[in-house]
Design a protein around this ligand. Structure first.
Ligand SMILES: *Cc1c(COP(=O)(O)O)cnc(C)c1O
Length: 378
C-alpha cells in the first residue's frame, strides 16, 4: 500500500520566536541534538544491557541517574515516560482502589487522569480565586486536616510546584512540612520547574518529585523523572517474582532510546541553566511590565511572577478582534507576520506565554510587537 503524505516537515521553531510555554523548556541542547541522531534507532541504549536499564554502564545510565539524584536531592531516581507516568506510578504504588488523594486546585489534568486510572478519590484544595489563584499553605492544611478528620483514607498528597495555567510557584517547603506533620506522604509535580529552577526534594520535605524531560529539561522525550526518598524505594521499585531483575511499577524498562539519550546529553546544560534561574525571572518580570504598558493588559496569577509562564488578560486585543475583519485571528496573524508564534489562533481575551531562554533583545522585540499591534491593528 501507499501511504499518505504525513507532512513531516517543521520549520516553526527555526524560523520564529515561539512563545508557547509548553515548548520553551524542551528545546534540545546542541549535545542533545547529536545524541538524538546517534541514538535514534530503537532500543539504542540496550547494546550492553544485562537486564536492568538503570544499571546500564555504556552509555552510562547508572552514572547519569546518580548525578540526576544529586541534582534534585533524592535517594533514588528512575526515568519514566513523562511527569504523568511518574504521578501514576506513585499513586499506584501508594494507594489501594477507593483511597483518597489530596490534590491542589491548580493541578494538571494528568493528575486527575492518574487518579481516575487508579480508581482513587480526590479531594481538592481550592485556590484563592481571582486575580491570584494562589494555593495557600493555610488552605492546604485546612483541607488536609478536614479530610483526615472525616476518615477519608488519605494515602497521598500531591502538590503542583508550578501550574500550567498561571505559572504560580507554590510554597512547596511549607506545604511539604504540613503533610509531613500530618503523616501523609507527599509528591511534588515539578513538570514546569525541574530543569528550570533548583529543586531540592529533601529541603522541600517531599517524599516524591516528578519532572518532565520534554517540558523543562531540554530532552526530546517523552521522558519523565521520578525521584523518591529511600523509605519508599522498596515499595515503588519492587521487583517481579518471576523476572527478578525487573521493577514492576516501571514495567521492567522505561525509556529505551533517544528520549533518555537526549535527557542525559542535556543534563550538564540543564544544571548550568538552573543556576541562572533568577535571570529568567527578572527577564519575565521585565516582559510583564512592558506588556502592561498596553492599555488594559494585566498579568494574572501571583505578582510579581516567580516563573516564566505568564498569563495575561488582554481586553484591548479582544476589543480589536470585535471590529477587525479577521476577527479573533488578527492577533495570531499580526504576530506571525512578525515571526512570533505560540499564541493560540483565535485567542484574544487572554493568553499564556513564555519567553524562557530568549535573549533580552528578542524579548524587547516581542513586547514592542505586541505594543505596535495594539496601536495599529485596525
Ligand atoms: C506539562 C505538565 C504535565 C505533563 O507532563 P508530561 O511529562 O507530558 O506527562 C504535568 N503536570 C504539569 C503541571 C504540567 O505542566
Amino acid at each position: 500500500m501507499e501511504c499518505q503524505d504525513y507532512g513531516l516537515s517543521r520549520t516553526l521553531e527555526r524560523e520564529n520566536l515561539n512563545l508557547n510555554p509548553l515548548q520553551r523548556g524542551g528545546l534540545l541542547s546542541a549535545k542533545a541534538r547529536e545524541a538524538l541522531y546517534e541514538f535514534g534507532d530503537g532500543y539504542s541504549v540496550c547494546d550492553y544491557c544485562a537486564g536492568r536499564l538503570d544499571e546500564v554502564a555504556k552509555p552510562s545510565i547508572n552514572g547519569f541517574l546518580e548525578d540526576l539524584a544529586k541534582f534534585i536531592n533524592v535517594d533514588a531516581v528512575r526515568t519514566v515516560h513523562g511527569a504523568r507516568e511518574g504521578k501514576f506510578a506513585v499513586m499506584h504504588a501508594m494507594c489501594e482502589k477507593g483511597d483518597t488523594v489530596l490534590v491542589d486546585g491548580n493541578a494538571h489534568y494528568t493528575t486527575h487522569l492518574a487518579v481516575e486510572r487508579n480508581h482513587l478519590n480526590m479531594i481538592e484544595v481550592p485556590n484563592n480565586g481571582a486575580p491570584e489563584f494562589e494555593i495557600t499553605p493555610e488552605k492546604y492544611r485546612e483541607t488536609l486536616e478536614n479530610a483526615i478528620d472525616q476518615n477519608k483514607n488519605v494515602k497521598l498528597a500531591l502538590l503542583t510546584h508550578v501550574d500550567g495555567d498561571y505559572g504560580n510557584l507554590t510554597d512547596a517547603k511549607q506545604i511539604g512540612k504540613i503533610c509531613k506533620d500530618a503523616g501523609i506522604p507527599v509528591a511534588l509535580n515539578c513538570a514546569y520547574s525541574m530543569g528550570r529552577l533548583p529543586i531540592d526534594a529533601k529541603a522541600m520535605n517531599m517524599d516524591f518529585v516528578v519532572g518532565s524531560g520534554h517540558k523543562s529539561m531540554a530532552a526530546s522525550g517523552p521522558i519523565g523523572v521520578l525521584g523518591m526518598k529511600e523509605e519508599w524505594a522498596d515499595l515503588l521499585l519492587q521487583r517481579s517474582s518471576r523476572h527478578e531483575k525487573k521493577e514492576i511499577e516501571m514495567l521492567g524498562c522505561t525509556s529505551r532510546g533517544a528520549p533518555i539519550a537526549t535527557l542525559m546529553a542535556s543534563l550538564p546544560h540543564v544544571i548550568e541553566r538552573v543556576s541562572k534561574w533568577d535571570v529568567e525571572v527578572e527577564k519575565t518580570r521585565n516582559f510583564v511590565s512592558q506588556m502592561e504598558e498596553i492599555d488594559g493588559v494585566v498579568q494574572v496569577g501571583m505578582r510579581p511572577t516567580e516563573h516564566d509562564l505568564v498569563r495575561f488578560e488582554t481586553p484591548k486585543f479582544h476589543e480589536i478582534a470585535d471590529k477587525h475583519p479577521r476577527r479573533g485571528f488578527f492577533l495570531y496573524e499580526e504576530l506571525k507576520k512578525r515571526k512570533i508564534v505560540g499564541i493560540k489562533r483565535g485567542q484574544t481575551q487572554w493568553f499564556k506565554c513564555s519567553t524562557y531562554g530568549l535573549s533580552q533583545k528578542q524579548v524587547d522585540y516581542i513586547a514592542r510587537s505586541f505594543q505596535e499591534i495594539a496601536k495599529t491593528a485596525i
